[in-house]
Structures are given as structure tokens and as C-alpha cells.
Write a protein that binds this ligand. Structure first.
Ligand SMILES: Nc1ncnc2c1ncn2[C@@H]1O[C@H](COP(=O)(O)OP(=O)(O)OP(=O)(O)O)[C@@H](O)[C@H]1O
Length: 630
């Protein structure tokens, strides 16, 4: 069983760990810890609320003690009856006290559970905040390697699971430890020989339960892995349903989902098959404390070594021991699950963060410079010694075959990842030396794929500047050529979009994204040019909006349709991560290299479309950016 050593330090500290520690924790092999250590880890997470925790433990302990009261009362009554001196009034009093103790036990157990739920909810909130804070500090590239389903499972289900573990840990652990210890002490006081005999099957049961738990570590891990894959598959299935259906792949997608469900069923069956025999045997042994003690007690009583009253008292209390020991099994399962949940939460909390400079620099101007930049995804180098400068207000177009590294290069400007070697600088300051806020203010992105969160159109535009007033939002929408379509909606800017909201076309979404960038008003704009807009009217509006946005700004455009960048100040042609060519459109066409071939191919396609009788307004439109500049 493993749990990261970093859990302890990281899990509930919403301020976040320092980077060295996190990076170290992420790379170090994880230390094995015992179930006890996991329980301690959960208690450590709750320690901020130590007074509530103490109160909960106290109530749990009292409940556990009181749970033995009926058995103790029965023992006392039996002893009195068998001793011959029956005092019914006294027995009535003992019975009344036992009833009162049962009621008090439920009261204290409810209190302990209520308090521990309160602690668990608060800790759960802290854990989620710590995770959210961490996700805000990791490089954006972190999200490339993880599916939405995986993060969703960790943030929702795993944290929920930890909360559940905490909420039940205190009362159940109190009941499972305090009551048996007290019962054993009472039994030992009555007769130590019978107590030893009672302990024998219990000890065997505990050994067996320990082995079941040890053997269950691997399967528990696999179970959670399958469960996570199941969540991912279902989330993907839900997200991708329109595509799946459009391609008539319903059956294949359903079959994939069914396969993972079947895998889970097979796995659960096999696991149960392996665990059910030793698990049941442990259960039987843990409740078999009378197996040897009862016959031995009867023999001893028959021999006169033990009074019948003493035997009756022993048996009555020993009977109560059965309930408490069996609950240990449930607790051990709960704790085993916690290990895996904490491991996965820990892996996120230990993810290396973007290093932040202690003494951030101030850019002198907006000059953007790539100095001999190389970058690798893992072992695979995708950019090799890229070198270029874009002066403030100029336009650089990135062109190249698919997979040549255009998006990777653009994303380095916003520190989706940090460069492997070389440097990216703005105004003479390495972007790693800029405060994250300053970099964020300096660079805007307009992606091909536009994410709209569930909310009003106005709120979605306000993502560019949360404090923008209504007029500023409308002004940005006008300049993004989005105002007309928004105003035509029944609820206008208050129309709910995003998940379960109104669906918008690709062109409309792109214009909302441009409105966000206009509102953000950053001096450097990185534009991943949309590859396809079937509707020429939408395309024309987007071109207009981009030209407006590009005015007075440094523009880096990842160009897919080459006619839009013929007037760019410089075109950088990437090939397999290297700068293959650079220069103006005219110079590159003249050169007759890769760009010239790509442009010729592009022209041929445009011509073909034109000859096909379709309007090719794009080709006729004035080119991007440079046209718009004075
Ligand atoms: N997150 C990632 N992890 C690993 N490899 C990646 C990742 N993103 C991109 N790559 C790889 O890096 C290389 C460059 O990809 P990139 O997306 O930058 O190219 P591109 O020129 O923008 O391609 P396209 O024009 O098709 O969008 C490709 O081989 C790609 O497979």
C-alpha cells in the first residue's frame, strides 16, 4: 500500500507548497505506509479543527463505552439471579439504567457523527480550494496530459470519498477500539483464562484480516483505475455523442462503454471470488470469541473452578464483544480506499508549478523575442533553436505543415510550458521573470476552439476583464462584430450560453472570443486562425473583427489559410520544429521553397473552389492586419 509522503504536507494547505517540495514529491518514489499511517494522515488533515475533533472523539468514546452497558447490566442481573439473592427492584433499576445508556449511546454517537461530518465538510472544502489553487498554478500544458474525466473524478468523487472517510472515521474507530479494549479489560477482571481463550479466534481473525487487506492493495488500486477509466469513457461518450452519432458510430461507442462496464464486472467478480473466502473466514473468526471460551467456561463451572454467576457475567459481556470487532472489517475497507484516493489527490497537489520569479522584472516595451528556443514534449524535441523578433505593433505569421510546431511555439508565449533551452522575452525581460499577472495582461489568445462557460453572453465576454461595465461589454461586442447577432437574441446579452444554454455557431463563438480579447486589451495577441468557416459572411465578419483587434497590437498569427497573411510583416515557415524560411510573402514566393509550394497548393484549392462555382470571398478580401494598419 502506498501513499505519497507529500500528502501530509500538501493536502489541506490552501496557500500551496513551495515548488521544490512539490516537484520533489512528484518525482520521488512513494513511500509505503500502513493503514495506521493513513488514519493518522486523515487525522492530520483534520487537526486544524482539533477542538471539534477532540469533542467528536470524546462523544465517540462515550458512545462506545455506553454500547457495553446493556451487556454489563445483563451480566450484573444474571450474577444476582444466580447468586440467589434476587432483588427485583434492583434489577429493575439496572434495566432502567441499561435502557438509559442505550438512549445516551445513540445520542453521543449522533453527536460524534455530526461533529465529524462538520469537520469533514470543512476539510473537504479546503481540499477542493487547495486543488483549485494548485490547478491555477500549474502550467496550462498540465491539462494536455489529463482527460477532463480524470480531473473531474479527482475534484469531485475522490475528494468526496476522502470526506466520507473522515466523517465516519472518528465514531467508527472509537467504537471499534475503545469498546473492545474496555470489554476485554472487564472480561480479564472476571476471568483471565477464559479471556485468553476468547482472544484466540479474534487474534487469528485479525491476522487473516491483515492479510486480506494486504492482498487487497493491488486490486483496490486496479479497481480505482478501472473506475476512473469508466468515468472518462462515460464523460467522453457524453461529450462526443453528437460526433459519434453524426458518424453513425453509436454502436461502436456503446460497445466501447459496454466493454469497460464488462471489465469492471469481471474484475469485481474475480476480486470478490478471491476476497470472499478469507474475508468471510476473518468475519467468522472475529465473531467466534465464544467458540473456545463458552465450552471451556461450562467445563470449568462443572468442575467447580468457576461460579455460575461469574460464568454468566463473563458470557454476557463477551457476547457484546462480537459486534464491535466485526466493525473493524468495515473500517479497514474504508481506510484502504482512502489510501488510493489520497494518492490520486496527492499526485495533483504535487504537480510541479510554474516557477514564479521572486523579483519580477518590468518589460521596457512590447518587443517579443524568441532567442534560440528549443522545446521537448518528454523525450521528443519538437522545436529546435527557434530565433525571431517581433517589434511592437508588427505582425508575424507562423506557417508550416501540420505538426511542424506552430501551436507549440505560440503556446510558449503564454507559458503553457517553459522552454527547454533558450528564452522567450517581452520588452527585454525573460517571461519566466515576469509576474504571472503581468504576463497574463501582456498576452491574449484567440483559439480556434472557443470555450463558453455556462452563463450569460455578457459574462462570457467579461472573461476578458471581469470588472468591465455593460457599456464596455457592448462596445467590445460591436468591435468584434458580435453585437448584431447578440442584440437579435430574445434575451440579448443576458442570454444563457454554454452547457445547457443556447448553442452558438462556430463563427459566433469565435466573435465572442474576439470580444473577450478586445476587452482584455493586451498589447500582444496570439491568434490561432480558424481553419474552416463554411459561411463566407461569418468569415468576412471575423476577418473585420480581427483587423480591428490587430490595430496597434503585436500580432502572432498561426495561419492556415495563406491568403490572409500575404501582407504580414514577416512570415516564419516552420518545418519539423525548425525555422525553414522567413521573409515577406513576395520574397518567399520568389525564393521558390516550402512556402512557395504551400502557397501554390493553397491557390490551387482556392481556384478550384472558385471554378466550382462557389463564392470564394476569402480570397477576395483584403489581407489581415497589415492592411488595417496605418
Ligand atoms: N501535449 C503534447 N504532448 C506531446 N506531444 C505533443 C503535444 N502537443 C503537440 N505535440 C506534438 O508536437 C508536434 C508539434 O505539434 P503542434 O501542435 O505544435 O504542431 P502544429 O504545427 O501547430 O500542427 P497543426 O497545424 O496540425 O495544428 C507534433 O508532432 C505533435 O504531435
Amino acid at each position: 500500500m502506498t501513499v505519497s509522503a507529500s500528502t501530509e504536507a500538501l493536502a489541506v494547505d490552501a496557500r500551496g507548497p513551495d515548488n521544490d517540495k512539490a516537484a520533489k514529491a512528484a518525482t520521488e518514489p512513494r513511500a509505503s505506509v500502513s493503514i495506521g499511517a493513513v488514519a493518522m494522515r486523515l487525522f492530520a488533515m483534520m487537526r486544524k479543527r482539533r477542538w471539534l475533533l477532540l469533542l467528536s472523539i470524546l462523544c465517540g468514546t462515550l458512545a462506545a463505552l455506553l454500547s457495553l452497558a446493556p451487556y454489563a447490566a445483563a451480566a450484573a442481573a444474571l450474577a444476582a439471579i444466580l447468586d440467589g439473592g434476587v432483588d427485583w427492584q434492583w434489577i429493575g433499576l439496572v434495566g432502567g439504567l441499561a435502557l438509559g445508556a442505550v438512549a445516551a449511546r445513540h445520542l453521543f454517537f449522533s453527536l460524534a457523527t455530526g461533529l465529524s461530518h462538520r469537520i469533514a465538510f470543512q476539510t473537504q472544502q479546503e481540499l477542493r480550494l487547495a486543488l483549485a489553487a494548485k490547478l491555477a498554478r500549474v502550467p496550462l500544458g498540465f491539462f494536455d496530459d489529463r482527460s477532463k474525466g480524470e480531473l473531474r473524478t479527482i475534484l469531485l468523487d475522490d475528494v468526496e470519498g476522502v470526506e466520507d472517510g473522515m466523517a465516519h472515521l472518528v465514531p467508527e474507530l472509537s467504537a471499534a477500539i475503545v469498546a473492545p479494549v474496555l470489554a476485554l479489560a472487564l472480561l480479564a477482571a472476571i476471568d483471565w483464562r477464559l479471556t485468553l481463550l476468547a482472544l484466540l479466534p479474534i487474534a487469528l481473525g485479525l491476522v487473516l484480516i491483515g492479510r486480506v487487506m494486504k492482498q487487497g492493495e493491488g486490486p483496490t488500486h486496479d479497481y480505482l483505475a478501472i473506475q476512473s477509466r469508466m468515468a472518462e469513457t462515460v464523460a467522453e461518450m457524453a461529450d462526443g455523442l453528437p460526433t459519434v452519432r453524426a458518424f453513425n458510430q453509436d454502436e461502436q461507442a456503446t460497445a466501447r462503454t459496454q466493454r469497460i462496464f464488462a471489465e469492471m464486472t469481471r474484475f469485481s467478480d474475480a476480486w470478490m471470488h478471491h476476497a470472499v473466502v478469507p474475508g468471510s473466514a476473518a468475519q467468522v473468526l472475529l465473531s467466534s470469541h465464544l467458540l473456545f471460551a463458552a465450552p471451556a467456561g461450562l467445563l470449568m463451572a462443572a468442575q467447580g473452578w468457576l461460579g455460575p454467576a461469574t460464568l454468566a457475567a463473563f458470557l454476557a459481556i463477551a457476547y457484546g464483544l462480537g459486534d464491535v470487532f466485526t466493525s473493524l472489517q468495515g473500517i479497514s475497507h474504508r481506510l484502504m480506499r482512502q489510501v488510493q484516493l489520497l494518492d490520486r489527490i496527492d499526485a495533483v497537489l504535487a504537480a510541479p508549478e510554474l516557477p514564479v520569479s521572486a523579483a519580477p522584472g518590468e518589460p521596457a516595451d512590447r518587443l517579443l523575442r524568441f532567442k534560440n528556443v528549443s522545446f521537448s514534449y518528454g523525450a521528443r524535441q519538437v522545436l529546435h533553436g527557434v530565433d525571431f523578433t517581433v517589434a511592437p505593433g508588427r505582425c508575424l505569421a507562423l506557417v508550416g505543415p501540420s505538426g511542424s510546431g506552430k501551436s507549440t511555439l505560440a503556446r510558449l508565449i503564454a507559458r503553457f510550458h517553459d522552454v527547454g533551452s533558450g528564452a522567450v522575452s517581452i520588452g527585454g525581460v525573460d517571461i519566466r521573470e515576469l509576474a504571472p499577472d503581468a504576463l497574463n495582461r501582456a498576452v491574449s489568445f484567440v483559439f480556434q476552439e472557443v470555450f463558453l462557460f455556462a452563463g450569460t453572453i455578457a459574462d462570457n465576454i467579461r472573461l476578458g476583464r471581469p470588472d468591465a461595465d455593460g457599456d464596455a461589454v457592448i462596445d467590445a461586442a460591436r468591435r468584434a462584430r458580435a453585437h448584431d447577432f447578440i442584440a437579435a437574441l430574445p434575451q440579448g446579452y443576458d442570454t444563457i450560453v454554454g452547457e445547457r444554454g443556447l448553442g452558438l455557431s462556430g463563427g459566433e463563438r469565435q466573435r465572442i472570443s474576439i470580444a473577450r480579447a478586445i476587452l482584455k486589451d493586451s498589447p500582444i495577441l496570439v491568434l490561432d486562425e480558424a481553419t474552416a468557416f463554411a459561411d463566407p459572411e461569418n468569415e468576412a465578419l471575423i476577418q473585420d473583427a480581427i483587423e480591428d483587434l490587430a490595430r496597434e497590437r503585436t500580432l502572432i498569427v498561426i495561419a492556415h489559410r495563406l491568403h490572409t497573411i500575404v501582407h504580414a510583416d514577416e512570415i516564419l515557415v516552420l518545418d519539423a520544429g525548425r525555422v525553414a524560411e522567413r521573409g515577406s510573402h513576395a520574397a518567399l514566393v520568389e525564393q521558390g521553397g516550402l512556402y512557395a509550394r504551400m502557397f501554390a497548393a493553397h491557390e490551387a484549392v482556392a481556384h478550384h473552389r472558385h471554378a466550382d462555382g462557389r463564392r470564394d470571398e476569402q480570397a477576395a478580401r483584403p489581407a489581415l492586419a497589415a492592411e488595417a494598419r496605418p
